[in-house]
Design a protein around this ligand. Structure first.
Ligand SMILES: C[S@@+](CC[C@H](N)C(=O)[O-])C[C@H]1O[C@@H](n2cnc3c(N)ncnc32)[C@H](O)[C@@H]1O
Length: 239
């Protein structure tokens, strides 16, 4: 997600004047720092959700004060308690069950607030677009959890490799594609079912970034969106 910061995320937040933001999955806080500098300068608030943030949370609190709200926990628990936001960055547990349900929580809140927020979803391309990864397998109900192993992957091959390969330290689903498998599948399943009118923009570089936003907003900012050097495809869903 971090690699899209300068090119897409910050320009889009700036042009839409969105200042209340949720970041799911912060890891070392690289993207978090960019978002915090922005939110503080605009009197906004950044909510960060991560069960094991790998940065100095107290140091961030001291530096960013009221602009920084840390939620140490899992997205599906913490997100239900956050109501006041206009953008969400999804980059936590990269599996169908988690991403689909994060989007359902966002949709529920949007129905109360009256507008679907801008939602950035990382990892819609290989390797996790069509394959689940489980940071916390025990949190996924068994009926949604694929067989998995700490084994590596290579593009164009569904089975995991016996040795070597990409991301071999993670719990990767044993096969690619199929029902309810992967981040892009979760986004597409959500979009097929939602009654909100949503535009979906995709860039497949850097492991893939999807952006969901209300169709009204995508029309309002059509010229600015066209300036961003990323869109490979655009779809309209819902309503
Ligand atoms: C790929 S890293 C995030 C990278 C970060 N967004 C960036 O751009 O630098 C994924 C992070 O998600 C966190 N995570 C895993 N499962 C999560 C969950 N269910 N809810 C929230 N965060 C989660 C992990 O602890 C890890 O820090």
């Amino acid at each position: 997600m971090n690699r899209f910061g300068e090119e897409i995320i910050m320009p889009l937040l700036t042009v839409t004047n969105i200042v209340n933001i949720v970041e799911i999955g912060a890891e070392h806080g690289t993207n978090t720092l960019k978002l915090l500098a922005y939110c503080k300068s605009k009197n906004g608030v950044l909510h960060v959700i991560d069960p094991v943030p790998q940065f100095d949370v107290d140091g961030f609190r001291q530096r960013y004060g009221e602009a920084f709200k840390m939620h140490i926990g899992f997205s599906l628990d913490a997100l239900t308690g956050i109501k006041d936001y206009d953008a969400v960055l999804i980059d936590g547990d990269h599996n169908w069950y988690t991403v689909y349900n994060e989007l359902k929580i966002v949709e529920e809140n949007a129905e109360v607030r009256g507008e679907f927020p801008v939602v950035f979803v990382h990892d819609i391309a290989w390797p996790y677009g069509r394959r689940d990864l489980y940071y916390y397998p025990d949190l996924i109900p068994p009926e949604y959890r694929k067989p998995y192993a700490k084994k590596g992957m290579e593009p164009g091959r569904s089975e995991l490799l016996e040795s070597g390969g990409y991301n071999l330290i993670y719990n990767n689903a044993a096969f690619e594609y199929g029902d309810k498998n992967g981040v892009l599948t979760a986004v597409e399943d959500f979009l097929q079912q939602t009654s909100c009118r949503i535009s979906f923009l995709k860039s497949m570089k850097h492991n893939g970034l999807g952006i969901l936003m209300s169709e009204d907003m995508s029309k309002l900012f059509a010229a600015e969106l066209n300036q961003l050097p990323v869109w490979e495809e655009e779809y309209h869903y819902g309503g």
